[in-house]
Design a protein around this ligand. Structure first.
Ligand SMILES: C[S@@+](CC[C@H](N)C(=O)[O-])C[C@H]1O[C@@H](n2cnc3c(N)ncnc32)[C@H](O)[C@@H]1O
Length: 248
């Protein structure tokens, strides 16, 4: 496996982005519950970044662990850690704060309660944590890479070094799991989320993000039936999904 190099990949390819303001109809694919696409409030500039991570090797890893968490091994974790420890000092040149301006929109229109306890997995250097800490009363920032965590602004959230494949948290212990340009470990996310909790999935460059999945694939990968809200903001795609509870 060649681990991620973050949001910057090779150039070229179609972003697959919908025109701003379009509201596609509800979708329902396989075991996926309805996903309602909201209008775009922050349209993208005409010229997108000259970056496309669609063919980045980490896209394969993203799909791989979402489909089968056992494809993530201790070797994969070690490689990923080493890679992001190396990338950390240059991370603020790879991504800019403007890529995250859609997060407040996702939190608000996704209906995420500010009183919730939010666990951000793959928090990196804290570009997203800034917005999460502004929205939620309590945030925990978790990442595999000590190098990335060390560069996150102090005081926003407790920073914990841990692997998303084996979260050091009790079952049903958090209200929201936020994954921003981060791999999806479906059963771990489902395990730590309390019933009725939400997954916030955010890809800063939309389909151009190396670690990207569309809302329907996120819902499909999670155990049970998940439904929710999705939209776009600037170049980002996002969704907020909740597991449908058994009646009674
Ligand atoms: C593409 S970066 C995104 C960082 C940050 N969310 C951002 O958007 O700037 C992916 C982050 O996830 C972390 N990561 C990768 N695999 C992980 C895992 N299994 N558990 C926890 N963190 C992981 C990496 O160390 C890295 O900081």
């Amino acid at each position: 496996m060649t681990p991620a190099s973050g949001n910057r990949g090779s150039a070229g390819g179609d972003s697959g982005r919908r025109p701003a303001g379009r509201v596609p109809s509800e979708q329902n694919a396989g075991g996926v519950g309805p996903i309602r696409y909201l209008p775009v409030l922050i349209p993208p500039p005409e010229v997108p970044p000259d970056i496309d991570g669609a063919d980045h090797p980490v896209r394969e890893v993203t799909r791989g662990v979402a489909a089968d968490e056992t494809s993530w091994t201790s070797d994969t974790a070690a490689e990923m850690t080493e890679r992001f420890d190396e990338l950390a000092p240059d991370w603020s040149n790879r991504l800019g704060p403007e890529e995250f301006v859609g997060l407040p929109d996702a939190c608000e229109r996704g209906g995420l309660d500010p009183a919730a306890l939010c666990l951000e997995v793959g928090s990196g250097t804290g570009f997203g944590t800034v917005h999460l800490a502004a929205h939620f009363r309590r945030v925990i920032a978790m990442d595999l890479s000590a190098g990335m965590l060390a560069l996150a602004p102090p005081g926003l959230a407790p920073r914990v070094r841990a692997d998303g494949a084996g979260l050091p948290l009790a079952d049903d212990s958090v209200d929201v799991v936020a994954l921003i340009n981060m791999l999806l470990f479906p059963s771990e996310v489902d395990r730590v989320l309390r019933p009725g909790g939400a997954v916030l999935w955010f890809n800063t460059l939309g389909t151009r993000t190396p670690i990207h999945l569309p809302a329907t694939e996120v819902a499909e990968a999670l155990p049970g039936t998940w439904s929710g809200i999705a939209s776009e903001a600037l170049w980002a795609t996002w969704c907020v999904l909740r597991r449908e509870q058994a009646a009674g």
